[in-house]
Design a protein around this ligand. Structure first.
Ligand code: AHM
Ligand code: MG
Length: 289
């Protein structure tokens, strides 16, 4: 019930964020803790999620890609404070300028942050495409909803229950520049590009949503110039790994499930590979593990 409330709050807040993007497409004079320039929309969405999520009694703490520390809830009432939420308020926000897909990522952990992916009790993303959809992994199953405003309330209309990855993979999308890929990953990519169709849009959740829909593999690998890759473990790697694994697929940092990576810092980066099990098994074999 309380996890449901967190998910619903993120659904409602995400629609509000989507509706307020138009006037917030410009860069501010600020950087996030990963050293990336922030848009007015990044800062605004972060504040909105902080306010709405810390208002829920069972939420003990809020962390986001857009701020350095973890914000603990200040409680005067008897909240059980069991859940620690990690949010990427706008995943793929550089797509705002070009009006391409983007959205919101949520991880609900039952341990203090930074936490292991195994400590996720729920994870979700909201995708701002032609429709607003939400994919939620909780209690061992994945559900896809369409979010629609109905007067003042938000309807979460179920479109797919027990979502699983299709057996026959079709698409792939790999981030980073090719000359910056380590030899092992480049070898893997050379094989995959002869078998699958390229789909890469620059917003992880949109690219992962294609993998969930058509089967395939998404990766933002470790790079020569940055072996830890680009994506953040708490806010991006863990939640998508939890969703894809719950949908019957696999995740890997190159050696092990992302859910087994030990977190050391809240903004720690990690190489991300998710998709059909046999494609991720092959990746690990090609990387030499
Ligand atoms: P963001 O959360 O600040 O938008 O950054 C993460 C995004 C991912 O959604 C996406 O996979 C990646 O960065 C795209 O990076 P690139 O522009 O290097 O392809
Ligand atoms: Mg992101």
């Amino acid at each position: 019930m309380t996890v449901e409330r967190i998910v619903r709050t993120v659904a409602e807040t995400s629609l509000e964020v989507r509706e307020g993007l138009a006037g917030r497409r410009g860069y501010e004079d600020e950087e996030n803790p990963s050293g990336e320039k922030q848009l007015a929309a990044d800062l605004w969405a972060d504040e909105l999620f902080e306010e709405r999520l810390l208002d829920i009694e069972s939420v003990a703490a809020y962390a986001s890609e857009e701020r350095s520390g973890v914000v603990e809830a200040e409680r005067t009432s008897n909240g059980d404070g069991r859940y620690h939420v990690a949010v990427d308020p706008l995943d793929g926000s550089s797509n705002l300028r070009t009006n391409n897909a983007m959205g919101v990522l949520l991880g609900v952990y039952d341990s203090p942050l930074p936490a292991r992916g195994r400590d996720l009790v729920a994870s979700a993303y909201v995708l701002f495409g032609p429709l607003t959809t939400m994919v939620v992994a909780v209690d061992g199953s994945v559900t896809e909803y369409v979010l629609e405003r109905d007067g003042k309330s938000v309807e979460m209309r179920t479109v797919t229950e027990e979502l699983t990855l299709p057996d026959e993979p079709t698409v792939y999308g790999f981030g980073g520049r090719v000359p910056d890929w380590p030899a092992g990953f480049e070898n893997y990519a050379r094989e995959i590009e002869t078998e699958l169709k390229l789909r890469y849009g620059g917003a992880m959740i949109a690219d992962v949503n294609q993998v969930l829909t058509y089967g395939g593999v998404f990766a933002y690998p470790g790079l020569e110039s940055r072996p830890e890759g680009k994506l953040r473990l708490q806010f991006e790697g863990n939640p998508v790994a939890h969703i894809v694994e719950t949908a019957g697929g696999r995740s890997s940092d190159g050696e092990r499930s992302l859910l087994d990576v030990t977190p050391e810092r809240i903004h720690q980066r990690v190489p991300v590979h998710v998709g059909n099990t046999r494609l991720i098994d092959r990746l690990e074999a090609t990387l030499g593990n």
